[in-house]
Design a protein around this ligand. Structure first.
Ligand code: HEM
Length: 518
């Protein structure tokens, strides 16, 4: 018996070793099997040759955003609107076909964002854009009422008043000479988003050296540049690089500002007596409710911590200003080339508004601007500010447009840019023609053929907000100015976090003589 016990004791470490070895072999076997599965299925897609480990990184990442965009264009032209590439070892399948967009976006099984969003995490945390699973689901449910008609109605005066400042800024440049309107659009949309989301006026259009404004503008560029430098991907390396240090400085400014605003807003809210609603004149100076107020109200029952509130505020700040700035500036560019479309918008404005008064539209009047709506939609088709979205494929996904399957572990890119330029759906896709969005044309099209705000349960929560802001600003612009093309200007499109023009958006403005106000 003693000998038997001793033998058992002697064998125990050995049995652990054997168990450990078997488990390791099993894990490696499963990983290898998944990898082989991924490579075999990936190889069925057309795409450029890829190097082991680096994939197509060398071609994609060794240049600036223009070089990256040219490479993407090259792949699209050569391999069509369904192809594959490799970012390092990660298989990326890209589709621009509406059948695939529909199948993926209509499904609730593929809601997790692609790895590419990882670089935004330090700023946005696990806010609505980045989160997944139950957290995303409950937040989305919680935040949807913040974009209810009654709340948007209160935001319209914010769009209008900041739009007026925009017109004042533009008036200084309306001397017939070409200028870049993009930076002005960015400052305008930053003013709008700070006031609607945080309830704070930063006056970015008039005070251009605010540290917060500078940090917001800089961090998107830093996030993008990091994406172009694979050696700076690991956080423990990135923090010691020049870019990483500036990233940290921006984060400190952004997070501390949001935290300060949250504290101040909470103190104001605490002053409001119990049982009273926020849309009455209870906030002292401010009558308008901000998105943050709604979060603070929700937080009263303990369902949101301060950190949760901060990540949502930061997310909405990020999502809600560069996108709208791109949309405004590209629409202005297209209008500069299409004087007849401008005149048609002006006719519509004249038919609704009193031409002797400054333009100060209500939410109802904005919804009456049907032709302007078509113009904006056509602009978002040609230049979708979010050119693509990506999803992490967690179980094999059989495409709808072809018999091919995107394997588990791959990243699937749905490219709205390709989708919107499908000549079978949009004949002469590069031509600007707002008539494509006449109601009778829209009903004839596949519902997933046009998706500037994405679709399905992870679509843009700020879509109606964005359309109202765009309408308010563009209506004011056309009401006040004739937009003329800048000689010899052609935008150089680049796919950064949003779709941008590398060389800005140059136009000329001429003040309309019949109106001098608003
Ligand atoms: C023209 C302007 C805009 C465009 C083209 C646009 C487009 C999009 C797209 C395509 C998505 C899906 C992203 C993805 O799946 O990864 C999205 C998501 C989102 N957008 Fe927008 N957006 C715009 C304006 C806004 C505004 C003004 C706000 C807020 C005020 C906003 C807030 C968000 C948020 C929070 C999400 C994440 C939703 C979720 O995952 O549940 N967006 N947007």
């Amino acid at each position: 018996m003693v000998i038997f016990t001793l033998l058992l004791r002697a064998l125990k470490p050995l049995s652990w070793l054997i168990t450990w070895l078997v488990e390791t072999v099993l894990v490696v076997w499963r990983l290898a099997k998944a990898r082989v599965h991924l490579i075999i299925l990936g190889a069925k897609f057309p795409g450029p040759p890829a190097f082991p480990l680096f994939g197509n990184l060398l071609a994609v990442f060794c240049g600036d955003s223009e070089a990256l965009t040219k490479y993407i264009d090259y792949i699209w032209n050569k391999y069509g609107n369904l192809h594959r590439s490799y970012i390092g070892p990660v298989l990326v399948v890209t589709t621009g076909r509406h059948q695939d967009h529909e199948k993926l976006l209509a499904s609730n099984d593929y809601l997790n964002k692609g790895l590419i969003y990882f670089f935004m995490k330090p700023w946005l945390g696990d806010g609505l854009l980045m989160s997944s699973g139950e957290k995303w689901h409950s937040r989305r449910k919680m935040l949807t009422p913040a974009f209810h008609f009654k709340i948007l109605d209160q935001f319209v005066p914010v769009f209008n008043s900041n739009g007026e400042e925009f017109i004042r800024q533009l008036r200084k440049r309306a001397d017939g000479r070409a200028f870049d309107i993009w930076p002005l659009c960015k400052l305008l949309t930053l003013d709008v988003i700070c006031e609607t989301i945080m309830g704070v006026r930063v006056n970015a259009q008039t005070i251009s050296n605010s540290p917060y404004v500078t940090a917001v503008n800089e961090i998107s560029a830093i996030i993008y540049n990091r994406g172009m430098r694979p050696w700076e991907y690991p956080p423990f390396i990135f923090r010691f690089t020049k870019l990483g240090r500036r990233h940290q400085e921006c984060l400190d400014i952004l997070h501390s500002t949001t935290e300060k605003v949250i504290r101040e807003r909470r103190t104001e809210l605490e002053k409001i007596s119990e049982g009273k609603t926020l849309d009455v004149d209870e906030l002292g100076r401010r009558r308008r409710v901000a998105f943050l107020d709604l979060l603070l109200l929700i937080a009263r029952d303990g369902s949101l911590s301060d950190a949760d509130i901060r990540e949502e505020v930061d997310t909405f700040m990020f999502e809600g200003h560069d996108t709208t700035a791109a949309a405004i500036s590209f629409t202005v560019f297209l209008l500069s080339r299409h004087p007849a479309v401008q005149e048609k918008v002006l006719e519509e404005l004249d038919s609704i508004f009193d031409t002797s008064k400054p333009l100060d539209p209500t939410i109802h009047e904005l919804s009456e601007l049907k032709y302007l709506d078509m113009v904006i939609k056509e602009s978002l088709r040609i230049f979708p500010p979010v050119g693509a979205v990506s999803r992490q494929i967690t179980s094999d996904f059989r495409l709808a447009s072809s018999p091919l399957t995107v394997p588990s572990g791959a990243m699937l890119f749905l490219t709205f840019h390709l989708l919107h330029r499908d000549p079978e759906v949009f004949p002469e896709p590069n031509e600007f023609d707002p008539q494509r969005f006449a109601p009778e044309e829209t009903v004839r099209r596949h519902p997933f053929a046009y998706l500037p705000f994405s679709a399905g349960s992870r679509n843009c929560i700020g879509q109606r907000f964005a359309m109202l802001e765009l309408k308010s600003v563009l209506a004011k612009l056309i009401w006040n100015f004739r937009i003329l093309p800048a000689p010899d200007f052609e935008p150089i499109l680049v796919w950064e976090i949003i779709t941008k023009s590398k060389n800005g958006i140059f136009v000329r403005l001429e003040e309309r003589s019949r109106k001098k106000m608003g």
